[in-house]
Ligand binder design. Structure first.
Ligand code: MRU
Length: 410
């Protein structure tokens, strides 16, 4: 299937963590090399790697990276575990909402504490192997979510999705998009409506790209168009991912999800949430306990753009070469716009931020919202499909799943 053409977003290579820089996709496909765990932290907070399941994998690989890069001068077990705990703390301090980040770090931390009698070399190896196993498990889970969710869709389905819950948001394959990929293979998908997902445009940049690569008919709309597309009778189901699901089935996901769920109820459209059990947080009773990340107001005040170009004349090439000979060149821009030029082989890359709002406007930028369980028709996990009442069905559906067992032990 053409989905296999989508690159992995995070992987381990020769003792380093490699990441496709999602802030610049799809027009620039840079691969970032993280040489130490602080680089992974930065990648998480700047959204170079994003999406709840991918954050769980990033947490685990980040800790493995600390183990292979920075722990060699530690010979004492207590000191090793104390330092590992601090690394886990740093990693989980990057973003507060997606529970997978905490789950990923906690699984590695607990593994280390449970095996503290091992010689340190063996313990280090165990941690790296566990992180790699978590990456492989995430892909397996997503493929199972895809199979479970596809059963809910009828032939000829027109599905609307929000944000990016695709391969890029996971170790591979995706959750909400995993359902769509699987249903597409079964010939069930007529069209996917993609919400652009302001302010960071994960729908425009990432979901639209993934669906195109996968060869699935899709149409991009702005977030405010979703209501009228539903009213016109052009949506048969909505499928989104999740960042954290409370024990009662309340779902935190990308800002704008709640509005879609209310609209879905009004138009009698099923509203499905697809997520691995590592996203379910049974330690909280309801969504009221979920911390919602507030991000930089500049995300709302303007937009970023990246791209590549080749000059069309020798004179232009000379001029750009001069500007960039000592490294990236920041253009002097007015009114707060920012623009940087970087030489990349024979071509150039531009990275810009362009202001749209007046400089002094007050801005509120919550990255997520919470959809009350009463609007959620079903939660699709790798273990099966949970239906209301979620207080019972979530734990029953997932009983025995690694993710939930881990959480219960907390
Ligand atoms: O801020 P982001 O891009 O990390 O937000 C991502 C989402 O909200 C996704 O829908 C969610 O993490 C599920 S990804 C499978």
């Amino acid at each position: 299937m053409p989905i296999e053409n989508i690159p992995r977003t995070i992987w381990w290579e020769e003792g380093k963590v490699m990441l496709v820089d999602q802030t610049r996709l799809p027009l620039v496909g840079d691969v970032l090399v993280c040489n130490n765990y602080k680089g992974v932290c930065l990648a998480i907070s700047t959204l170079a790697v994003r999406g709840a399941p991918a954050l769980g994998v990033a947490a685990a690989l980040g800790m493995a990276l600390w183990v292979v890069e920075d722990s060699w001068d530690i010979y004492d077990h207590r000191e090793f575990l104390r330092a590992l705990d601090l690394v886990a703390h740093d990693i989980t301090s990057t973003r507060p909402t997606a529970t997978n980040l905490f789950w990923g770090a906690e699984r590695i931390r607990r593994l280390a504490h449970d095996n503290k009698e091992l010689p340190l070399d063996e313990l280090r190896d165990l941690i790296v192997q566990e992180a790699l196993a978590m990456q492989a498990e995430d892909e397996e889970r997503n493929r199972a979510i895809g199979a479970n969710g596809a059963e809910l869709l009828a032939e000829g389905s027109r599905v609307l999705t929000h944000c990016n819950a695709g391969s890029l948001a996971t170790a591979y394959f995706g959750t909400a998009l995993g359902v769509i990929f699987t249903a597409h293979e079964q010939g069930k998908i007529e069209r996917v409506w993609i919400d652009e997902t302001r302010p960071v445009l994960q729908g425009t940049r990432l979901t639209a790209w993934e669906l195109r690569v996968a060869g699935i008919p899709s149409t991009l709309i702005t977030d405010s168009m979703a209501a009228s597309v539903m009213k016109a009778g052009d949506v048969d189901a909505i499928i989104v991912g999740a960042d954290r699901i409370a024990a009662n089935g309340d779902v935190a996901n990308k800002i704008g999800t709640y509005g879609l769920a209310v609209l879905a109820k009004e138009h009698d459209i099923p509203f499905y949430v697809a997520a691995p059990t590592s996203t379910v947080d049974l330690t909280i009773e309801s969504g009221d306990e979920i911390e919602i990340e507030e991000r930089d107001p500049l995300e709302v005040a303007g937009f970023t753009a990246s791209g590549m170009f080749e000059p069309d004349s020798e004179t232009a090439t000379k001029a750009f070469d001069m500007l960039t000979e000592e490294g990236p060149y920041s253009m002097p821009m007015q009114r707060g716009h920012q623009m940087q030029l970087t030489r990349k082989g024979g071509a150039y890359q531009f990275d810009g931020w362009f202001r749209m709002a007046p400089p002094d406007v007050d801005i509120y930028n919550p990255a997520f919202d919470v959809t009350p369980a009463k609007y959620v028709s079903a939660i699709i996990t790798e273990c099966g499909v949970a239906r209301p009442d979620y207080a019972d069905s979530l734990s029953a559906t997932c009983s025995g799943a690694g993710g939930l067992d881990e959480l219960r032990k907390r």
